[in-house]
Write a protein that binds this ligand. Sequence first.
Ligand SMILES: [Zn+2]
Length: 224
Amino acid sequence: MQEIRCIFKSFRRIQAKNNSPLAGAYRKRRLSKPSLAKDISLCCIGFLPFNISYKHEMKPFESVWTLRVMDQLEFDQRFMSQALGLAQAASAAGEVPVAALLVDPQSQKIIASAANTPIASHDPTAHAEICALSLAGQNIGNYRLNGLWLYVTLEPCAMCAGAIAHARIERLIFGASDPKGGAVISGTQFFEQPSCHWRPQVTGGIMAGESANLLKSFFRQRRS
Ligand SMILES: [Zn+2]
């Protein structure tokens, strides 16, 4: 048990160093003298189903597995998966299947979510990112969305990249790249331009295959 406590203490130091959401959660809850049970349950928030009843029989190997579960990639996949669900619903409604979520990484709560609705709303600006940003601003009562992470299933276009910069989004996570209409790693690469005054951290390719397949399937159906 002592060995396991040491592993978790080391992990907390690594997380704090990385300034991860989990480190924020630890700081927020001020777990300066954490119990192992609390540590494990905190690790489980929002992740894969996880049995905490084995705390008295946990082996070092299993604690390594726990660290893997808490990996950033899985954190991103969790929210991207939810965005893909929204995109699927948009597809069923006849909209191009793209959806976005705004997440507070500290609390791991979704602040706003939206899918593409330009056709239904007769609004050419009603891209998923714009709708989610607008809704988040209303929800938190501020036009600056500092500290929030934006998950979107497709690489944002130039309009949405501009809105992301205006909103001061901390981190942008997108699924499939969009060589034709994207403006983050494709086309104008908006965040690299001198006229852009805010550059979020960018992670691309999260569940990119699922997103691309959804789009391909949508356009294939429209053509047939
Ligand atoms: Zn857009």
